[in-house]
Design a binder for this molecule. Structure first.
Ligand code: KIV
Length: 296
């Protein structure tokens, strides 16, 4: 299957090579209707995290459709031991940086801003205020973690015109409550609860759902049951509508040990852009993720 986006040319700048700022008439901005179309024709959606202007522009030029300014930046940029310490102000700063970089090269990517821990837990009104900060910074969509209680918050945001991506399975902001970075949704009861939460979130209007570290069979089932909410997997097998990876992981520059479901796309590539393009190609042709790398 071919990519919805075609890679842009690059041009030198005093600070290195950035994707060209010349207009790319054949590239249309990624939007919710375009993502729905991709889903309907069976084309996989690609997502990568980025936290600054340059990497975001390179990811866009490599053909990545969705850029997640993830709160994983707490771990990969700030050196924190979990994402729980990331603040809304930090997310605003990085979202703005990513959006400026994308605007500079007339990029087409869809940008998700991650609502950090504590910025949407108090009330729906608090969630709206926090989401507005990221939307003012240029995000097209916000992401929040958890199921059950979050459905009401998702509905509140969606009704007010804010596209929302939900996040189930391993939710890193609550890693301490989960007892570590463990697979979620194993066993009948846990699987049923995850499926119920996914349906509730779709019903509340979530247009995307990240499924992190859940059994491949379960994420496939959830993907089939959701029609207007696109599942984006990370360590969740190949059955989801799209895939996401933390950029540092897929470039093989993780400070710790890479999760076993991650592939180092830098291997055999001459540049970051080529590595990202290889990721896009592998997701589109179904060769990533490799289900053999999932013991769950
Ligand atoms: O913060 C993040 O990067 C994420 C991804 C792991 C999906 O939530």
């Amino acid at each position: 299957m071919s990519s919805a986006k075609s890679a842009a040319p690059t041009s030198g700048t005093p600070y290195g090579t950035l994707p060209s700022a010349s207009p790319m008439p054949q590239r249309k901005p990624v939007s919710l209707p375009r993502l729905q179309e991709m889903r309907e024709r069976g084309e996989k959606i690609t997502m990568l995290t980025a936290y600054d202007a340059t990497f975001a522009a390179v990811a866009d030029a490599a053909g990545v459709e969705c850029i997640l300014v993830g709160d994983s930046l707490g771990m990969v940029c700030q050196g924190l031991s979990s994402t729980a310490g990331v603040t809304l102000e930090t997310m605003r700063y990085h979202t703005e940086s990513v959006v400026r970089g994308l605007q500079r090269v007339q990029a087409t990517a869809w940008v998700l801003g991650d609502l950090p821990f504590g910025s949407y837990h108090e009330s729906k009104e608090q969630a709206l205020r926090s989401a507005a900060v990221l939307m003012h910074a240029g995000a097209h969509m916000v992401k929040l973690e958890g199921g059950g209680w979050t459905a009401e918050t998702v509905r509140f945001l969606v009704e007010r015109g804010i596209p929302v991506c939900a996040h189930l399975g391993l939710t890193p902001q609550t890693v301490h409550a989960l007892g570590g970075y463990r697979v979620q949704g194993r066993g009948d009861a846990a699987g049923l609860q995850l499926k119920r939460h996914a349906l509730e979130l779709q019903d509340a209007g979530a247009a995307m759902l990240v499924l992190e570290m859940v059994p491949a069979a379960l994420s496939l089932e959830i993907t089939h049951q959701l029609k207007t909410c696109h599942t984006i997997g990370i360590g969740a097998g190949k059955g989801t509508a799209g895939q996401v990876l933390v950029m540092h992981d897929m470039l093989g520059i993780n400070l710790g040990k890479n999760p076993k479901f991650v592939r180092n796309f830098m291997e055999g590539q001459a540049s970051v852009r080529e590595a990202m393009a290889a990721y896009v190609a592998a997701v589109k042709d179904g060769s990533f993720p490799d289900d053999a790398l999932h013991a769950w």
